[in-house]
Design a binder for this molecule. Structure first.
Ligand code: GLU
Ligand code: ZN
Length: 493
């Protein structure tokens, strides 16, 4: 039988990491098994509908390279794939369950349900609907109908026995039926609940495996009972571990970014996020962690989904991103960082050919240390303009070295640059700086750091001579001169 899996988000907000993990694992499972990946929009709770959620799903998929075989914009013969367009189908099946004795009309209004809840709370009783309407006499039904209340349809859960299902990841799961509720199938406005719509669609769309997060386990026994009531074969269930923050609590805003759109804005590369997400509750073996989308589509296997929670390690994601940045081409990095340079005012809104060429020239040096795309301007602002922003100016004077000595050292460096910058190799220039440190009887750092501050204004930067080649000899000399001048003024007080 062909594998058919689905991602069934409710459009209540922007895509978050947990949803993306579910989407990705379903997609990969389908691809690894020559199956179909279906996107179904579960928008039956109209009160929680979020405008833009759908767009965000499409954009997320596009960005990461996840594509669906069937879904809202790709009919595969099982549509529509948006639940609000399937209401009549759910109504028909809900009524069918009433007729077969598996469901019943409930006329309890919200006022009565509130009262029951209060009584249960006051008496420390288990919460839930008290099943008043489960066994109404025909006269009582007539009376309630006459009162004009729009009923809901509730499932008639068995009062005794057990419901058991085999989870592909967690093994056998069983619950006492006495703990289950007569849950609502169809609301009074005619819309189905998640439970009803979800299982009808999984059945109608011939879903073979339901891969979703463990938070849905409590719903599964009710679903199994519903399948039974309809006389349908349930799909296989595969419940994936929850995604947690480092404190072991469910991942939320408190931990950091959780929405895909935030990671996009914050400078993550799609392949880095994708690779990282693929490891949230899954592993290939005990050592390999770096995989491309193509590889994942071949090697993904639900047998290697973990049972224990997946910890979302932001530092590790950042590290992954750095690794992928270093694998990127310079052209791509220029493209991706350009909007950030423009925003930072370092490049004009309509970049000139010169500006583009300059970005291309400095990018290899930025690429070495960058971990997030949008850090590029702050990592490289010193390349722009005549003088750098002196962010750690005071570090131009190394420990135990006199300011006047720094002036002498910089003046000597200036001579080296003036004479040899264009004619000697970087390593020979460096060698001359080491010799200067001997001449002035200071550590090598007391030569390199003043130069670094003079050129970049910051104590951490790429290697000096490559930086100086990007800004050119003239600007380099100007910057050294300016540093000498500033120091002299300081000495003069
Ligand atoms: N609509 C549910 C959600 O928002 C789907 C759960 C499931 O996969 O059954 O996650
Ligand atoms: Zn009732």
């Amino acid at each position: 039988m062909k594998v058919r899996v689905r991602y069934a988000p409710s459009p209540t907000g922007y895509q978050h990491i947990g949803g993306l993990r579910t989407a990705l694992f379903n997609f990969l499972y389908a691809k690894a098994n020559g199956g179909d990946f279906i996107l179904r929009i579960e928008d039956t709770d109209q009160t929680r509908y979020f405008d833009g959620a759908l767009e965000d799903i499409y954009e997320t998929f596009n960005w990461l390279g996840i594509s669906y075989d069937e879904g809202p914009e790709k009919d595969g013969g099982f549509g529509p794939y948006i639940q609000s367009q399937r209401t009549e189908l759910y109504q028909k099946y809900a009524k069918q369950l009433v007729e077969s004795g598996h469901a019943y009309y409930c006329y309890c209004d919200s006022g009565r349900l509130e009262r029951i809840k209060k009584i249960q709370e006051a008496n420390k009783m288990a919460p839930g609907y008290d099943r008043r309407c489960r066994d109404l006499s025909p006269e009582e039904v007539e009376e309630l109908k006459a009162s004009g209340i729009q009923p809901v349809i509730r499932f008639k859960a068995p009062l005794e026995g057990k419901t058991v299902f085999e989870d592909e990841i967690l093994g056998r799961i069983e619950v006492e039926n006495s703990t289950l509720q007569d849950f609502v199938l169809l609301k009074s406005d005619g819309f189905p609940t998640y439970h009803l719509a979800n299982i009808i669609d999984d059945h109608m769309m011939q879903i073979t495996h339901v891969l979703r997060a463990q938070e849905w386990i409590p719903s599964t026994p009710s679903h199994v009972l519903l399948y039974k009531a309809f006389g349908w074969e349930p799909p296989k269930f595969c419940h994936m571990p929850m995604v947690m923050g480092e404190d072991g609590k469910k991942l939320s805003k408190r931990h950091g970014a959780t929405q895909v759109i935030e990671f996009r804005k914050n400078g993550y590369l799609p392949e880095a996020l994708l690779n990282f997400i693929s490891l949230l509750g899954w592993s290939y073996n005990d050592k390999d962690e770096f995989f491309t989308m193509e590889q994942l589509q071949k090697i993904f296997d639900i047998k290697r989904i973990n049972t224990s929670p997946a910890i979302f390690d932001y530092k590790k994601l950042m590290h992954f991103n750095g690794v992928y940045i270093r694998q990127s081409s310079i052209e791509r990095l220029v493209d991706l960082t350009l909007p950030h340079y423009i925003e930072a005012g370092l490049v004009s809104k309509e970049p000139t050919a010169e500006e583009m060429a300059f970005l291309k020239k400095l990018m290899p040096l930025v690429q070495e240390r960058l971990e997030l795309i949008n850090q590029a301007p702050e990592f490289s602002d010193f390349f722009f303009g005549e003088l750098p922003p002196y962010k750690t100016w005071e570090m131009i004077v190394p420990k135990n070295v006199e300011k006047a000595k720094v002036v002498e050292i910089l003046s000597d460096i200036r001579k080296v640059v003036e004479a040899d910058f264009d004619v000697k190799e970087d390593k020979d220039l460096e060698q001359q700086l080491y010799e200067l440190s001997k001449k002035h009887e200071v550590k090598a750092g007391a030569v390199f750091m003043p130069l670094r501050i003079a050129i970049t204004g910051i104590n951490k930067s790429p290697e000096m001579f490559p930086v100086m080649h990007v800004i050119g000899k003239e600007v380099s000399l100007k910057r050294i001169d300016n540093a000498i001048e500033k120091l002299k003024q300081e000495i003069a007080g």
